[in-house]
Design a binder for this molecule. Structure first.
Ligand code: KIV
Ligand code: ZN
Length: 512
């Protein structure tokens, strides 16, 4: 007898709340398609009431994705819940996830509500949502730090109102595995109607224990849904990482005795897509998806693995998609092969003209780089393959000079509101000179809070992928650019960040 464990992916909602990780509709749709291929059970597509952009993204995902349940977050009020229901109309299977904080600290300092008011609002919200959709999830925010007697009252009441899933967030990542597991167990034992809902865990990683806490919530507490994100993306130290938690349950099935529907061979592609889209680089030693996760560097280990894989390997690299990391296309590949690969990667182009533009860029890259990997194609796309109508800046050309003993100098030509402009500057290095050349015209005044370069497919022949994180007037954005020339990649990343700074709509924060 086994049990099914529901995988609820919140990369597009909680993951996206991470400063700089915000995505546009097309990017979200692309990730949702990959999540569908990954066979997650539930996709939390966003927080529909937070902005028109988020509403449209949830709507587009609800219309396009048919195999997963599509969920929208909403605060515990009628307006948010109605917006969520509206956005989810096209879904085959829709879920409204409504939440309200229940810890004394959050109720008093954030909500400025009494516990009785929170109790009533939670009930009304679930009742209202259940009249719109049959699948309603309720979360007591900061649940783990809430008074347990009060939490029992709230949860019992919302289950009576029809909540079908009860999610217990460790919102600030304060839990310890054994304690969190027992916390869930205790709630389930004390609440008389607890068997009428599926119990879910939602853990943040502030103390590095989100995966362990989630697994304890399942094993000790009896939860049957885990909320997680690709690469553990999320605010502060992030959320429970999907790839780690899924591979733990799969690899140690002897211990957990649970089944997950995930197609694990799609894990690496999902990880790369999220990383390339958001500019949040995956650390090399990250479990399952890090570049070193299956690299047996030491001689002793290599020898062991060659003799018998299981001496040092508990999972097979192929099972999480590493074998798919092969040369996909090259200089001689035709338009059809290219188009098909785009489709397989979940990239949908609006028109044949867009495909032609994309193909021309692909050919230009193939002239410079003999082996084209999936990552290269995805980088072309996330690099702004097709210029969005609302983009203010785009790259045209670059020339730069650097020589030992001389101060580097760069001239960058780029488009600003459709007009070509040319900026020149000196700098500490060629990248610094190039970005200063842009700023000479853009005058964004933004502060750079992160700059990172990553070789997409390993060697120096690979494309460099650059992430630039800019901060301005309290907003943080990430720009990503890719090119075999890392100075060009840096310029593209900088222009992409400037575009995001200028276009990002102000949203209502779910938990702020
Ligand atoms: O961490 C949290 O409490 C949340 C809730 C909105 C579920 O993300
Ligand atoms: Zn959260």
């Amino acid at each position: 007898m086994t049990d099914k464990l529901i995988i609820f992916d919140t990369t597009l909602r909680d993951g996206e709340q991470s400063p700089g990780a915000s995505m546009n509709k097309d990017e979200k749709l692309r990730i949702a398609r990959q999540l569908e291929r990954l066979k997650v059970d539930v996709i939390e597509a966003g927080f529909a009431a937070s902005s028109n952009g988020d509403f449209e993204a949830v709507q587009a995902i609800a219309n396009a994705i048919k195999d997963a349940t599509i969920c929208s977050l909403s605060r515990a009020n009628d307006r948010d819940i109605s917006r969520a229901a509206e956005a989810l109309k096209g879904a085959n299977s829709a879920r409204i996830h409504t939440f309200i904080a229940t810890s004394a600290l959050h109720m008093e300092k954030k909500l400025r509500m009494t516990s009785e008011q929170v109790f009533e609002q939670a009930k009304l919200a679930v009742r209202f949502a259940r009249n719109l959709v049959p699948d309603v999830e309720f979360s007591p925010e900061d649940g783990y730090r809430s008074d347990v007697d009060f939490l029992c009252r709230v949860i019992e009441a919302v289950i009576r109102e029809g909540a079908t899933t009860i999610n217990v967030p460790d919102t600030v990542g304060y839990a310890i595995p054994e304690l969190y597991g027992n916390f869930i167990k205790n709630l389930r034992e004390r609440i008389p109607n607890s068997d009428k809902a599926i119990w879910s865990v939602h853990c943040h990683n502030d103390l590095g224990m989100a995966v362990a806490n989630s697994l304890a919530g399942v094993k000790i507490g009896g939860a049957r849904q885990i909320e997680c994100t690709i690469n553990g993306l999320g605010e502060r130290a992030g959320n429970c990482s999907l790839e780690e938690v899924v591979m733990a349950v799969k690899t140690r099935r002897d211990y957990f005795g649970l089944d997950v529907a995930i197609d694990t061979q799609q894990i690496l592609a999902a990880s790369r897509l999220v990383s390339q889209t958001t500019g949040f680089v995956v650390q090399p030693n990250k479990a399952v998806v890090g570049a070193n996760a299956f690299a047996h560097a030491s001689g002793i280990h290599q020898d062991g693995v060659l003799k018998a894989r299981d001496t040092y390997e508990i999972m097979r690299a192929e099972d999480v998609g590493w074998a798919a990391n092969k040369i996909i296309l090259g200089k001689l590949s035709g338009r059809n092969a290219f188009k098909q690969r785009l489709q397989e990667l979940g990239v949908q182009m609006e028109s044949e003209a867009d495909i032609n533009t994309a193909f021309a860029k692909f050919k230009a890259l193939a002239d410079r780089k003999t082996e084209i990997f999936d990552e290269d194609i995805l980088a072309l796309v996330s690099d702004g393959l097709v210029t969005q109508a609302d983009e203010q800046y785009s790259f045209v050309s670059l020339s730069q000079h650097s020589e030992t003993g001389e101060r580097p100098y760069a001239t960058v030509v780029f488009k600003a509101n459709g007009k070509e402009v040319k900026g020149s500057s000196q700098g500490n290095g060629p990248v610094d000179a190039s970005l200063k050349a842009i700023e000479e015209h853009a005058k964004s005044g933004a502060e750079m809070v992160l700059y990172s370069v990553n070789a997409i497919s390993g060697s120096t022949e690979s494309q460099g992928e650059v992430t630039v994180r800019l901060q301005n007037s309290g907003r943080v954005v990430n720009g990503v650019g890719a090119d075999p020339d890392i100075v060009v990649a840096s310029v593209k990343a900088y222009l992409s960040a400037l575009n995001k700074l200028q276009s990002q709509a102000v949203r209502v924060s779910a938990q702020g």
